[in-house]
Design a protein around this ligand. Structure first.
Ligand code: SF4
Ligand code: SF4
Ligand code: SF4
Ligand code: FES
Length: 637
């Protein structure tokens, strides 16, 4: 700890803090532009300069560490004059005619800083050249004319996403933000996560879908979780007049620390599926709009009548409350085929392994932050669980090793130290071979593995050494296995992690895949003998292959948010809210129960899945309790 004085206030602070951090602890405000709490300090804009006794020049507070007996002034005349000068220079470098800008009037950190310094006009003649606008990307526009060269976007893409798409060409005022080797952003390696947009302090990086839709002060913000995959990233959903304006990563989010992927940020903005707006019942061969009571009664009567000859399938995007109620209703009707859209995929395999071994074998996602070597198999994590891949990729510049096993191209190809081409159905055996190699270090094992999988001995030798030398290796198992291969691959993966004293993590499927497995709803879907099928699909977009399973169902009840081939084929359609319109709990891939909060209000007459199950239970005089939490917590996870 060191003693310092800032603006006359004596403070005792940790030695490794910067002046800016120390000032913030004491609620002393220093204006900043290039600084961002999630990024490595850069010291580029100089707006944060302060006077430090003994220093000839003003010092940037965001990069200068505190030192013993340091005396700092953040608000002297000299500092204020410097700030005004710096802001003046920044304003004159490019076109900052604010009234035309997307973020004017509260959302621009540059404009806000100028107002805070009492600036009302440009004291010097602007001296800028017009720059082109890059609108080549489906989600993001780069309005170069507003760029203040703070490099927050570059650092975010490198340090948080690990994608290394953005850079600056040239130097000084001629610097231009470029993607890759100066190609349009839409043709670059950008994966469209939008992290750069979220950190940009000006109106340079613009989210195409929310531009001009509402400023921070005009929108409501709901802190909730993304339900795009099993991670459950913490997000803020910004809405205005019950309309979705924008989705942002929550910088304080425990799992994701602010980063989210395109699935979480942009896909909900471009959702174009048609909503189911009214209940429908099939009469004389065609679906007719009905009042809700009629649809619920028709569905309930039919299910009661067919009893145990009903099959029930619920989406793993439904909340724990909903899945629990769904199961309770079905059990009371004597239905035995109750499962989820998870239908025996990898999460179930992980859960079976858990039951079989009787102990947890997975570590926490937080362990990836300390890893010095990753081995990834069974999935392109840059597609299916993108935020996991961000944490892997961002670690690599520090010398962390990456080994991936895949028989197709993946987004990790450009990042991996070793990409091993092994067919998915052979991964289990290959991993066992690796276990033998790292354990025995024998040339015979090496040669056998090389011969069987057509991989050269030198590479395998290096892979084995990399795994053996790692102090904190993490094995990440994905979800893309055929049903039969899942359990075997997971077992081999766990054995490998044990052999190298590493951690083991599986990515799982949907946001509540684990929850459904814990509630015992993870068997394969079997509707072959069913007289009636009750499918609570929620807002899930099912694959064509999955939908085909319901082709010859004699009587189909579909509870869903969107029009689909399933609702078209149904005998009863019951509309429900989508993920943004309902609250509930979810068990994520890390075994944490997460709470989602509704950000939008559904149209009149559209109820949440849970409310609809309550209504159905009421219709049939069945009981549903709120015991889901005990049931889920009783299970190991
Ligand atoms: S959207 Fe993501 S990947 Fe693309 S440039 Fe921005 S931070 Fe990098
Ligand atoms: S695009 Fe935005 S974040 Fe990137 S350097 Fe320019 S102003 Fe800064
Ligand atoms: S990684 Fe998953 S939970 Fe996170 S933002 Fe993307 S889809 Fe949503
Ligand atoms: S915030 Fe310190 S130099 Fe930019």
């Amino acid at each position: 700890m060191v003693n310092i004085t800032i603006d006359g206030i004596k403070l005792e602070v940790e030695e490794n803090l910067t002046i800016l951090e120390a000032a913030r602890l004491a609620d002393i405000e220093i204006p900043t532009l290039c600084d961002h709490k999630t990024l490595t300090p850069y010291g580029g804009c100089r707006l944060c300069v302060v006077e430090v006794d003994g220093s000839r020049t003003l010092q940037p507070s965001c990069t200068l560490p505190v030192a013993k007996d340091m005396v700092v002034r953040t608000d002297s005349e000299k500092v204020r004059a410097a700030r005004k000068f710096i802001l003046t220079m920044i304003f004159s470098e490019r076109n900052h005619f604010c009234p035309y800008c997307n973020v004017t009037g509260g959302d621009c950190e540059l404009q806000n800083s100028a107002y805070a310094e009492g600036m009302t006009h440009w004291p010097i003649q602007p001296n800028w050249q017009p720059y082109p606008v890059d609108a080549s990307h489906p989600f993001i526009i780069i309005e170069h004319n507003r760029c203040i060269l703070c490099r927050r976007c570059v650092r975010a893409c490198n340090e948080l996403v690990g994608n290394f798409t953005l850079e600056f060409s040239d130097r000084g005022a001629n610097s231009m933000l470029i993607a890759d080797l100066d190609v349009p952003l839409g043709e670059s390696s950008c994966i469209g996560c939008g992290t750069c947009v979220q950190v940009c302090p000006t109106g340079t990086l613009i989210d195409l879908w929310s531009a001009y839709q509402g400023r921070e002060i005009e929108v409501d913000s709901t802190n909730t979780i993304c339900q795009g995959c099993s991670i459950g990233c913490s997000i803020n959903v910004l809405t205005r007049d019950n309309r979705l304006v924008r989705i942002e990563g929550d910088w304080d989010g425990e799992i994701n620390g602010g980063v989210i992927c395109d699935v979480g940020r942009f896909l909900p903005m471009v959702e174009d599926r048609e909503r189911v707006m009214t209940p429908q019942v099939r009469l004389n061969g065609s679906l007719k709009s009905a009042i809700l009571e009629e649809a619920l009664k028709t569905a309930s009567d039919k299910m009661k009548q067919s009893g145990k000859n009903t099959a029930a399938v619920a989406s793993t995007r439904l909340s724990l409350e909903s899945l629990y109620s769904f199961k309770a209703i079905c059990e009371q009707l004597g239905i035995t085929k109750i499962t989820s859209t998870e239908e025996g995929s990898s999460t179930s395999a992980a859960y079976s392994l858990l039951e079989e071994s009787g102990k947890t074998f997975e570590s926490k996602f937080a362990d990836v932050k300390d890893a010095d070597c990753f081995l990834v198999f069974g999935e392109d994590i840059t597609k299916d669980h993108q935020v996991v891949s961000f944490f892997v990729k961002r670690a690599l510049p520090a010398g962390v090793k990456l080994i991936q096993i895949s028989d197709t191209d993946t987004g990790l190809d450009n990042f991996a130290d070793f990409s091993l081409n092994v067919k998915t159905h052979k991964i289990a055996n290959f991993l066992s071979g690796l276990v033998a190699m790292v354990s025995s270090k024998s040339t015979a094992d090496l040669m056998a593995l090389s011969k069987e999988y057509g991989l050269d001995e030198e590479t395998l030798q290096k892979v084995s050494q990399t795994l053996s030398n790692a102090a904190k290796p993490v094995v990440i198992a994905g979800t893309r296995f055929d049903f039969d291969d899942q359990l075997k691959s997971l077992k081999s993966g766990v054995r490998l992690a044990e052999a190298i004293n590493g951690k083991f993590i599986t990515t799982k499927g949907n946001i509540n895949s684990m929850g459904a497995a814990q509630l015992g709803m993870n068997n394969p879907v079997d509707v072959s003998d069913a007289e009636v099928v009750f499918l609570a699909v929620g807002d899930e977009k099912l694959s064509q292959q999955f939908v085909k399973k319901f082709d010859n169902v004699p009587y189909l009840i579909v509870m869903g948010s969107y029009v689909s081939p399933l609702t078209a084929a149904a005998d009863v359609v019951i509309p429900v809210t989508n993920w943004l319109e309902q609250s509930g709990h979810f068990l994520n891939f890390d075994g944490n129960i997460l709470e989602a909060r509704a950000a939008l209000t559904a149209s009149e007459g559209i109820f949440s899945n849970f409310e609809m199950f309550e209504k159905i239970a009421g219709e049939m005089d069945l009981k549903i309790t709120s015991e889901w939490e005990n049931t889920v917590r009783e299970q190991p996870s």
